[in-house]
Design a protein around this ligand. Sequence first.
Ligand SMILES: *[C@@H]1O[C@H](CO)[C@@H](O)[C@H](O)[C@H]1NC(C)=O
Ligand SMILES: *[C@@H]1O[C@H](CO)[C@@H](O)[C@H](O)[C@H]1NC(C)=O
Ligand SMILES: *[C@@H]1O[C@H](CO)[C@@H](O)[C@H](O)[C@H]1NC(C)=O
Length: 353
Amino acid sequence: MDFCCHRWTLLAASLACLTLFGSLLTMWPSLRKMSQRPALQVINNITNTTVLVWYWPFASSSSVGGNVCSEMFGIPNCILVDDRSSFSQADFVVFHNRGLINGQQRLPVHLTRPQKQRWVWTSLESPAHNGNLKPFAGHFNCTMSYRLNADITIPYGMLVPQDFGTGLTVEDFIPKDKSSLACWVVSNYDPHHKRTEVYNKLKTIIPVDVYGGAVNKRLNDKTLRSTISRCYFYLSFENSISTDYITEKFWYNAFMIGAVPVVLGPPREQYEAVAPKDSFIHVDDFRSIEELGEFLRKLAKDKQRYASYFNWRLKYTAKRLADWRERFCRICPKVSSFQTQKVYDDLDAWERK
Ligand SMILES: *[C@@H]1O[C@H](CO)[C@@H](O)[C@H](O)[C@H]1NC(C)=O
Ligand SMILES: *[C@@H]1O[C@H](CO)[C@@H](O)[C@H](O)[C@H]1NC(C)=O
Ligand SMILES: *[C@@H]1O[C@H](CO)[C@@H](O)[C@H](O)[C@H]1NC(C)=O
């Protein structure tokens, strides 16, 4: 009851603010002629949410000067800071799992937490690579990961609706110089991975061009783009198969560069939750790898049918979510959806859900 009423009050308040803001915008010219002060005071009175980055993931610090969330990512009323002296003012403090499990960082359990402050656990790894989370029981209030059931979902990428106007056809979005049938970029080649087994079988059916550290054919940003855009299909094979784990291989290497993804990862429904069902090919769609190989061979020769896999391009653009600052800023718009009180007593159990 408390919670619901609190939410409605918030909603009503935000609506009132929006309406007020809207009328202020329309009245701006006349307001400017009058005294500016009262208007500005009201605008500035919207509460800011402060997010403190306790340490940067992979020690890759980024500038948080200015009003980063609003200026770079269009997220208003969200202040990102990384100086630990802001602890007592922070609404959220974010901790990246990697730093904690490798022992380089510690939770500041010795500090007195302001009552309203929430601690955020974050990771973009699959559970297989998150280590033992038992020691963190009872410390975190929020989870932030690619998982759809996280409090703050930070997918590796997404489709953003876009209106391209008229006059474009699907062909306009397909790179012209297709010459390789299937391509794969792999940095971590492990014979025990399911993907290695699938690749070994597939390469006996159709030619597969392999790149990446594992075969000593590293690609940089530029050569990755020029190489993959020449491939009809990109093997978007994840290193572990787990819920919602769909990485930049899918969003960037395939979708953004312009090759049709052949996916090995979570079940088809989970891909369909984030992308149109006819925009990718799932390894599980076939009874055998032979069938998959034959299907790809035929599809590459059928211009029209191949093009249909790019239909989504007429309505969406694929976007990568790759800047940790943008990920952290995404905490702010979620604030009003959080329960007043929540503690994760068992992160492992949450991960396995
Ligand atoms: C919110 O943050 C902005 C940018 O730092 C600042 O200009 C504004 O005064 C703040 N508003 C409040 C109510 O603190
Ligand atoms: C500004 O916010 C404070 C508390 O957040 C509130 O007490 C005050 O009435 C507000 N002022 C205006 C003009 O809305
Ligand atoms: C956050 O978690 C701590 C326990 O570590 C708890 O004391 C606090 O009340 C929680 N805060 C919220 C807002 O859920």
